[in-house]
Design a protein around this ligand. Structure first.
Ligand code: ATP
Length: 900
């Protein structure tokens, strides 16, 4: 039979409350009463069981010997305790484990005449009786019991139940471990044969009685009862399993010293063998008590070889140590207690033993073989594989998405690191450039310079801290060319595409006529500081002729036009035709031309943050609604030229641009809230057109509001939590898509939880989800005819931050700024305080406090409140009936109080 695991094993282990758990050997100590002989010799009893677990040596003389006087074990029994009591206290539980498939062993260890046989006879009898009782009560199972009784004497194993008393041979079977060949077996097939069991017990008792003679007292006797059981309902069936375990009752020879009991000749040989087995047993127990490290010498004696599994193996084990109380045996008693102390540290690891008959095993293997052969012959319907492949494909697709998302996150992280490096580099550069120290008041760099360059940012002067010997620290190519291209001033970007330029101090521009002629931008050429940033200049149709002259003049000449010779140093407000401009550079700057081109390409992408131009590839565009020239308002400054359409037009071409610069009169490209709102309406209109098709042709007023009102008034269950969800999603999407902070602020300020907000929020979510998805795939999004990438959107965001940085200086008083710095944990002495502050704005997607405060600060900077403390009703964004009560589930904090 081969041992296997199985469901039954698990079931039985559960029944036993064990699953290969380690368990310490149970150690009991039994003190016998003084024998008649000992009493006659006036022996005194020096040992006393002071409680259930402690035995005490009471001799006051010996107490001073330094040896222990108290010993504690699992249980100690006084001399007047009955064997039944010993049996019931722990032994019974272990002995009966055998009926549930768990091996067990009960030892008796002690010096000669200490009561080992006396105890084991009782234990064996009670155990067998209880096993019998158990079998009787479990008729659902069939039992087979096998007895064997052996004696180890002088290291020879004898079969006590065979008539010949023949010697037995110990075999080491690789599968079954140590076995004893020619075991005499008395087999009981089921309960009808139990009488035979009892007769065998009688025979064993006789053996025990026999052992009282001189020979047996110096031999080790082992009675083994093996029990196999199977559920009757499975008997004879292929799936039947059998539990098989053995219980050993071991009556060891006396552990007295050889010198006491042995002398010469046969007795000496006998004693040596006795001591060899006992000595080995002691050594094994001692080693096991220290944790099974190293070699355990089971094979050094027959006794330990046969009982190997009972000593630290697959068995539950109990040792009853018997003591004589007589003072004359104190030394042996102490040795016994020492042995017991070691034994109680030994752990065993018993588990339920399940076996399957060879027949059942063969059948099961044949069945498994047949199944595998069948699978090989019939690989299954192709549909299975198709489905499997589809599943795999989906999984691969999902993984690819994850990879792209991770790449995107990596790019973002790299970009942020780049930003930080620039900040650090700028700070270092600014330290060196003390000659520009007057450029910064309050040791807060950049404002005055920026103010002097209040031309829109696309054509703005580079902050001195960004310039190092004429090259931008942030431009790796320029840094590479450092030293060799001093005369070539970098041209970064020029606003084109019908851009509107304002005169600004520090700049002069000239144009002989709108849309034609050469536009010259004269940059204040202050040594190596001058730098003109061109945006959108990478457009292939822009031709820069002559590049930047040595006196800092950049000439832009639209193709097919003529240069304006008249006023090279002045340029009035100019609108450049975006259709025919092309860059070129003077030969002296040839090497830098590549730099310019590359820079300009990047700038072209950076012109637009993802806010704008969504209309181009908006997936929900209704059929028939072609690409229109409407746009969301530009909230990334310099990203798009400001197109003037002040009438908030809702014409079919939908260009609802507001000349924000004029409107706000800030010198910065801040989109007004009404241009923002107009853009939202455009978007909502498109969205509505997508959803409602036939209504697409109507104007916003015609279709948008009423239709949306209908939609939105379809009650959204649990709107407060839905609003919160949408709001969080939007914040995350804004962050992911690098959306303009001003756009976020406007949106945040306008939509605070009115049920009607759901429409615009939904539109915004759909728009940004599309953008995010496009970015996640690593694709550029085509927006407003321009290509938008993660990198370009980040650049747009950076420019917006720079603008906000300037606004902090312009719009906030010194004490307001200081309060903000303190609130945001920015040291008042640190450099780039404003930039630090700006980087905190809208920096968290989860911290709503950060969001609310950020929105409040940006709102203040762009004078949102001055634009009318915009209410949605003002802009026609709210669809609420005048009587409809507004419920706000927005931010709880007072934004005004948060700012100050
Ligand atoms: N707990 C007890 N109560 C009463 N009598 C006992 C008790 N233990 C042992 N005896 C008696 O002590 C005597 C010796 O006991 P026993 O033969 O069991 O010792 P042993 O340890 O088996 O000796 P050996 O090693 O020689 O086989 C016996 O007559 C037995 O009846």
């Amino acid at each position: 039979m081969g041992a296997i695991g199985g469901e039954e094993l698990i079931k039985w282990e559960k029944m036993q409350g064990r699953n290969g758990d380690e368990e310490k050997i149970l150690v009991l100590v039994r003190l016998r009463p003084l024998s008649e002989k000992e009493t006659a010799r006036s022996e005194v009893s020096d040992w006393e069981c002071i409680n259930d677990s402690t035995i005490l040596y009471r001799n006051s003389l010996q107490e001073r010997s330094g040896l222990p006087t108290a010993y504690t074990f699992d249980r100690v029994f006084r001399g007047d305790c009955a064997t039944r009591e010993v049996y019931e206290e722990g032994i019974k539980d272990i002995a009966l484990s055998v009926v549930t498939g768990i091996n067990s062993t009960i030892f008796a260890y002690g010096q000669t005449s200490s009561g080992k046989t006396y105890t084991m006879n009782g234990i064996t009898e009670y155990s067998v009786a209880d096993i019998y009782d158990y079998i009787q009560r479990h008729e659902e199972r069939a039992y087979v019991l096998k007895f064997s009784a052996i004696e180890i004497y002088n290291e020879v194993v004898r079969d006590l139940l065979s008539s010949e008393n023949a010697s037995l041979r110990i075999l080491d079977d690789p599968e079954r471990g140590t076995i004893i060949e020619k075991l005499t077996e008395e087999t009981l097939r089921d309960k009808n044969h139990l009488k035979e069991l009892l007769s065998i017990c009688d025979a064993l008792r006789q053996v025990g009685e026999t052992s009282l003679n001189e020979t047996s007292s110096r031999s080790h006797q082992i009675l083994r009862l093996t029990i196999e059981s199977s559920a009757r309902e499975f008997l004879g069936k292929d799936n039947s399993t059998t539990l098989a375990a053995s219980v050993n009752f071991v009556d060891l020879a006396g552990s007295e010293r050889a010198s006491q009991s042995l002398s010469v000749g046969q007795r000496l040989k006998e004693g040596c063998h006795i001591n060899r087995s006992l000595l080995t047993l002691g050594t094994v127990i001692r080693k096991l008590s220290k944790g099974r490290q190293g070699h355990i010498n089971y094979r050094d004696s027959k006794l330990t070889r046969i009982l190997q599994h009972s000593l630290g193996g697959n068995a539950r084990t109990a040792i009853i140590c018997t003591l004589s109380p007589a003072r004359s045996h104190v030394e042996q008693s102490r040795n016994t207690l020492l042995f017991a102390s070691c034994a109680k540290e030994v752990t065993t690891n018993a588990h339920v033993n399940v076996v399957m008959s060879d027949k059942a095993l063969v059948k099961q293997l044949q069945k498994e073989l047949a199944r595998l052969e069948s699978e090989l012959r019939n690989p299954g319907p192709p549909g299975d594989y198709t489905a499997l492949l589809r599943k795999k494909d989906l999984h691969i697709e999902k993984l690819e998405k994850e990879v792209k998302e991770l790449k995107k996150q990596r790019d973002l992280a790299e970009s942020r690191v780049e930003d930080l490096l620039k900040v650090v580099a700028n700070e270092q550069a600014s330290d060196k450039k003390n000659k520009h120290s007057n450029w910064e008041k309050e040791n807060d760099h950049g404002d005055e310079f920026s103010e002097s360059c209040s031309f829109n940012e696309d054509a703005s002067c580079i902050h001195p801290s960004e310039v190092n010997n004429g090259h931008s620290l942030s431009d790796p190519v320029s840094q590479t060319n450092e030293g060799s291209e001093d005369m070539c001033k970098e041209v970064r970007c020029i606003e084109t595409d019908k851009c509107s330029m304002e005169e600004s101090p520090g700049f002069s521009s000239s144009s002989n006529h709108e849309n034609e002629g050469t536009s010259r931008l004269t940059v204040p050429h202050n040594g190596d500081v001058a730098r003109l940033v061109l945006s959108s200049a990478s457009r292939p149709d822009i031709n820069v002729q002559n590049g930047i002259t040595t006196n800092g003049v950049l000439e832009l000449q639209p193709r097919n036009s003529y240069p304006d010779e008249s006023s090279p140093s002045s340029l009035s407000s100019a609108t450049l035709s975006s259709t025919s401009l092309k860059f070129s550079r003077s030969r002296s700057c040839k090497a830098n031309l590549m730099t310019v081109s590359s820079d300009c390409e990047m700038e072209e992408q950076s012109e637009t943050t993802p806010l704008n131009g969504f209309e181009r590839e908006y997936p929900g565009r209704p059929i028939g609604v072609k690409r229109k020239h409407w746009k969301l308002p530009s909230t990334t400054f310099g990203a798009d030229p400001i197109r003037v359409s002040r009438n908030n037009s809702q014409s079919s071409n939908g260009s609802t641009w507001v000349d924000d610069a004029k409107l706000l009169n800030t010198g910065e490209e801040i989109p007004s809230v009404d241009s923002f709102v107009a853009g939202l309406k455009e978007m909502a209109k498109l969205h509505q057109g997508q959803d409602t098709g036939p209504k697409a042709g109507k104007s916003v007023k015609d279709i948008g509001l009423d239709a949306m009102l209908d939609d939105s008034q379809g009650a959204i269950p649990d709107w407060p939590s839905e609003f919160e969800r949408m709001q969080k999603l939007l914040i995350e999407l804004w962050h992911s898509c690098n959306i303009s902070l001003i756009h976020r602020t406007y949106f945040f300020m306008l939509f605070k939880g009115d049920p009607m907000d759901s429409i615009y929020m939904e539109v915004e979510i759909r728009r940004l989800s599309y953008l995010k998805e496009t970015f996640a795939k690593g694709n550029p999004a085509v927006q407003n005819g321009q290509t938008l990438t993660v990198a370009s959107s980040l650049k747009g965001l950076r420019r917006e931050r720079a603008m906000l940085c300037r606004l902090i200086y312009k719009r906030l008083a010194a004490d307001e700024r200081n309060t903000l710095y303190q609130n945001w944990g920015i040291s008042l002495n640190s450099k780039k305080r404003r930039m630090q502050l700006v980087h905190h704005l809208w920096s968290s997607t989860t911290d709503m406090n950060n969001v609310a405060v950020s929105a409040a600060i940006v709102a203040k900077l762009i004078r949102f409140s001055e634009q009318g403390e915009a209410s949605k009703e003002m802009f026609g964004l709210s669809f609420s009936h005048p009587c409809t009560s507004r419920r706000s589930f927005g931010w709880k904090n007072s934004m005004v109080s948060l700012i100050s």
